[in-house]
Design a protein around this ligand. Sequence first.
Ligand code: GDP
Length: 350
Amino acid sequence: SSRSSSKAALQRGRMRLSLQEHLWAFYHERVNISPEEQQAARHAALDICAELRAFIHTKVPDMPLRDMYLSGSLYHDLQVVSADHAQLMVPLILEKSLWSFIPGEETIMNVPGFWLVRRENLEYFPRTCSYWDRCLIGGYLSPKSVLEAFEKLVTGCMNWPAIGSVLGYVVRPAVPSHTEALALSLEVQYDSERRLHVDFLPLLVSEDAVSLIAKPHRERENLWRQSFWSAETTKLLALDRDDNGCRCVCMKIAKAVCKLNPALTPLNASHLANAVLLLSESERDWSREALAERFTQLIRALVGHLEAGRLPCALDPKVNLLCELTPREVDELGYTLYCSLSDPESLLRT
Ligand code: GDP
């Protein structure tokens, strides 16, 4: 009858209201990081960046690099739970005539979103003509080999205990987590209870402004990863700015849920940012009052993407952001999120 259906609607309304309240409380208590904490972390990152810049400049002055810069969620108030990491971007300079960028879909590996960087003109400009020839593997610039070259410098040649004591920090090379076996990161303890990871991220920019980062494909170590990070971040922030929306809040809550829940850690910031961007294409109302509805919808959308085994990159739909996850990981993520649909609040009890 209409009475029972309106009662059900009322009940649903109440549930939504309370999910709404829970989400905002979770956001303020667990997700959002105070400006002071962000500032302290940025300060430590800047000190480390200055040391690295000076060291590389004096120790390997001929290494063709553009200026290094700090980047990441920490610089856009998009980091969650604790201010504990930043990326140090290290742009390599490649000679235009000696290198070409080959999109992954044009290789036998056929993986959109990843690229090979091939050394050209070896017959006229033999090996060693380019500084980066030392990182060639089978005729291609290897992101792994580039990382290893920096690792030798950063962890092998720099006296971090001495540098750290001058800065008042404890600095040590960080052990990469098993999910990111190929990564170079420094752990900076800048306060008795605060630690920051500064990830060293070599970067290439093609003539067509494609940017590639030395964070190789999980299984194919010679592939460079195309970065959509700047464009995604800019778009998300701009959309929210235009309508005073809650997309970033919604994404940050989802990021925190994934950071705090071990079953969900394979979902990263890029998965979540793109899921929010895709949802923004069909959903117009991102007012603060709509947070609970949009959040539930985001979880449902993620379940759908995981069921399909496909989460397209919002800026380049041929890129499947789930392509590196194993079928088992995809199943488990989908199952965990599916189970939470009947009680989304359960995701906040961490
Ligand atoms: P969070 O680390 O989960 O807070 O999210 P971020 O938005 O900071 O995402 C950082 C990840 O994106 C890093 O681990 C990088 O590997 C990757 N990434 C790809 N391109 C870029 C880029 O241009 N800048 C930064 N900072 N990270 C990038």
